[in-house]
Design a protein around this ligand. Structure first.
Ligand SMILES: NC(=O)c1ccc[n+]([C@@H]2O[C@H](COP(=O)([O-])OP(=O)(O)OC[C@H]3O[C@@H](n4cnc5c(N)ncnc54)[C@H](OP(=O)(O)O)[C@@H]3O)[C@@H](O)[C@H]2O)c1
Length: 338
């Protein structure tokens, strides 16, 4: 379907453009045609055959801006951005010289072949409903939780839809661009589009992966635990550190080393073998002291500590290092602390 690899829809594609003879035969038999099934053609700009597609990004937020800059630096033509906010649009254009800025997402359809929707998950479907692709164009979103099918409303004959989800925490533009090197990107789409998205991932230093059908929400929930969930854990650690007289930087310095050590152990030995602490030893008295200190000094941390402790007890039991009696005592202490 793509202008950059030939204009025809891939064989067998659901949205293959009917050939002229077939259309004529249908007309001759007096069969009404859905006008849209014959395509939604438009003279939008095209890249040179064999070259990467002209790219437009909708949403100049954390992901859209970093991805736009990374692709531009990798030599891919990012030629347009749509953001309703002028300051964000200008910041994007500062990082991606030559990109044209638009307030409306629909306006970039005239400029590009590949449109990347980098907007909040909840806005993707609604936005797709406001766009109508032209033949030869592809639309992808960057959501980790939504499937490509949410983009169906924008689809017309000879177009493709997909997803491009980088497993990176986009907290800061330059740090995110650096983190794209070595990251994985979950891609979705027909074979032809997935292959292009694979090339795009490679261009920015990442590796494309295709997830098992139906697994995206679980994959993304794990990512959210690893990024936001871990940050929430750091916040809880810092709150307890404050009770011990440490400021945030102090906590990160003191406990950061322990975190890195635990991650290193898990990588080298496996998650179960890396578990250390009172829950592995059945130290009920230590657990009781912790729960008492938490209740007095940092009650907000208690639910997180309890949830983690439950999981640690199960983990310790599964590796045979915790006697059933000790596990039982610890679980009842935790239940009372709730
Ligand atoms: N943050 C991450 O670490 C991360 C990692 C991987 C994937 N993702 C995914 O990437 C997507 C974007 O996330 P983000 O963190 O970049 O979000 P963000 O920083 O909040 O940026 C979202 C952008 O979309 C625009 N936008 C918001 N609502 C819109 C609407 N109704 N219509 C059109 N544009 C709208 C915003 O406003 P303006 O139009 O005003 O600019 C903004 O530019 C999400 O699907 C997210 O799940 C995020």
């Amino acid at each position: 379907m793509k202008a950059w690899r030939g204009d025809a829809a891939p064989p067998g594609s659901q949205h293959e453009t009917p050939d002229a003879a077939a259309l004529e035969e249908l007309r001759r038999r007096g069969i009404e045609l859905d006008p849209e099934a014959a395509g939604h053609e438009h003279p939008h700009r095209h890249s040179v055959p064999g070259e990467p597609p002209l790219i437009g990004i909708v949403g100049a937020g954390a992901v859209g801006t970093a991805l736009g800059a990374a692709l531009h630096r990798a030599g891919w033509p990012v030629v347009a951005v749509a953001s309703r906010d002028e300051a964000r649009r200008e910041r994007f254009r500062g990082l991606v010289p030559g990109a044209r800025g638009f307030a409306e997402a629909a306006a970039i359809l005239d400029e590009v072949e590949l449109i990347i929707l980098a907007v909040p998950d909840d806005a993707v479907e609604q936005l797709a409903g406001e766009l109508r692709l032209y033949g030869g164009q592809a639309l992808v979103h960057t959501s980790g939780v939504l499937g490509a099918e949410v983009l169906e409303p924008a689809r017309a004959a000879g177009t493709q839809i997909g997803a491009f989800h980088p497993l990176v925490a986009f907290a800061d533009t330059e740090r995110a661009i650096a983190a794209l090197h070595g990251a994985t990107v979950a891609v979705e789409g027909d074979d032809q589009l997935a292959s292009l998205l694979g090339d795009m991932a490679e261009a920015i230093g990442a590796t494309a992966v295709r997830l098992a059908p139906g697994s995206k929400a679980a994959y993304h929930a794990a990512a959210v635990l690893a990024a936001g969930g871990f940050d929430a854990l750091l916040d809880a650690i810092a709150e307890l550190g404050a009770a011990a007289g440490l400021d945030e930087q102090g906590s990160l310095a003191v406990y950061g080393g322990l975190i890195e050590q635990t991650l290193g152990n898990a990588r080298a030995l496996g998650i179960r073998a890396a578990l250390t602490g009172p829950m592995t030893r059945g130290d009920v008295g230590t657990l009781a002291r912790h729960l008492d200190a938490l209740a007095r000094l940092a009650p907000g941390v208690l639910p997180l500590y309890r949830a983690a402790a439950e999981r640690e007890i199960t983990l310790a039991e599964s590796r045979g290092s915790l006697a059933p009696e000790a596990a039982k005592s610890m679980r009842s202490l935790l239940a009372m602390a709730g």
